[in-house]
Design a protein around this ligand. Structure first.
Ligand code: CP
Ligand code: NVA
Length: 339
């Protein structure tokens, strides 16, 4: 199937989970992201979303996802309305289903970042316009497009030959999406996490089903060093996600310190070219309120990644962050304009 046919099939569709995309659709979006990135850089971008109105609903805070949706929309000629945490009637005085039916009458598409994944499903079902999941407790699909574009930018190997390791809290949205996308793309995908924070059976079943089609290799282990051995990319995320109780920190720090991405763990990869990825925000020093508070309470100057790794040449986190813009733009263009 031609790339244009693959992308045409996305017109009018929502993106709620990465695994709702077929492999060729995921790759088609990466190709379109690359094209849009080069058009933006050469100032030859065409505005394909003129006259479109886009709602951005955030029940949790955001820097990258919000910025990417706003800039991508404006670059393409669309208008956005940002509705931040607590700024709508949603969930307080109005059901998701009612909100969906109202917004669907006014907007051409809706981005939603929230808690229960079922809420984004309800929005998509009842708004009758494309809905894009900007992160729920279960999945972070727009993130993985940026991550895979970044990986593709960094290596000449096809995805099937790339080893990607995630260490840390592997029961969160980012880890779920990473495991399943890695499986869909046929990668050597590894998870290093304590048993209590490994992906649920439900997520593992989805990943294994995808791997059966793609010949992906999946390793889920409690041994962080085994997980990183000979890997190409080491990825981590925060140890306590948005919406989780802050009193989880004590337990998480005890469980996850052996999975911290520090120079020792990087060395255990035995790969001098290993690269470091993080969806951000990252707690890599004590210069934030949370970082300082955790240092005072628990004596830790960094959490999921140390400052030396974060600031090292192997860290490609800001390329990864920039790619949020180009990949989110590709989703908007493909689902709203068609290409
Ligand atoms: N990575 C990511 O989703 O960042 P924000 O929470 O800043 O949107
Ligand atoms: N797992 C993190 C991702 C933030 C982008 C969270 O949900 O807070």
């Amino acid at each position: 199937m031609k790339n244009s046919d693959v992308l045409a099939a996305l017109k009018g569709r929502s993106l709620l989970r990465d695994v709702d995309l077929k492999r060729e659709e995921f790759i088609g979006l990466l190709d379109l992201s690359e094209q849009l990135r080069s058009e933006k850089r050469s100032a030859t971008e065409k505005k394909m979303l003129k006259g479109k109105n886009i709602a951005l609903i955030f029940e949790k805070s955001s820097t990258r996802t919000r910025s990417a949706f706003e800039v991508a929309s404006r670059d393409q000629g669309a208008h956005v309305t940002y509705m931040g945490p607590g700024e709508t009637q949603l969930g307080h005085k109005e059901t998701v289903k009612d909100t969906a039916r109202v917004l669907g009458r006014m907007y051409d598409g809706i981005e939603f970042r929230g808690f229960a994944h079922h809420d984004v499903e309800l929005l998509a079902e009842f708004s009758e316009v494309p809905v894009w999941n900007g992160l729920t407790d279960l999945w972070h699909p727009t993130q993985l497009l940026a991550d895979m574009l970044t990986i593709r930018d960094q290596t000449v190997k096809p995805f099937e030959q790339v080893a990607l390791t995630y260490v840390g809290d592997a029961r969160n949205n980012t880890a779920n999406s990473l495991l399943c996308v890695g499986a869909m793309l046929g990668m050597d995908v590894r998870i290093g996490a304590p048993a209590a924070l490994q992906p649920t059976d439900e997520v593992q079943i989805i990943a294994k089903r995808l791997a059966a089609h793609s010949d992906a290799r999946i390793l889920i282990t409690e041994d962080a060093e085994e997980a990183v051995l000979n890997t190409d990319f080491i990825y981590t995320d925060v140890w306590v996600s948005m919406g989780e109780p802050t009193d989880s920190w004590a337990e998480r720090i005890t469980l996850l310190l052996p999975y911290q991405v520090n120079e020792d763990l990087v060395a255990a990869s035995k790969n001098p070219d290993v690269r470091f990825l993080h969806c951000l925000p990252a707690l890599h020093n004590t210069d934030t309120d949370v970082g300082a508070e955790l240092n005072t309470k628990f004596g830790v100057s960094a959490l999921e990644v140390t400052d030396d790794v974060f600031e090292s040449k192997r860290s490609i986190v800001f390329d990864q962050a920039e790619n949020r813009l180009h990949t989110i733009k590709s989703i908007l263009v493909a689902t709203l304009a068609g290409v």
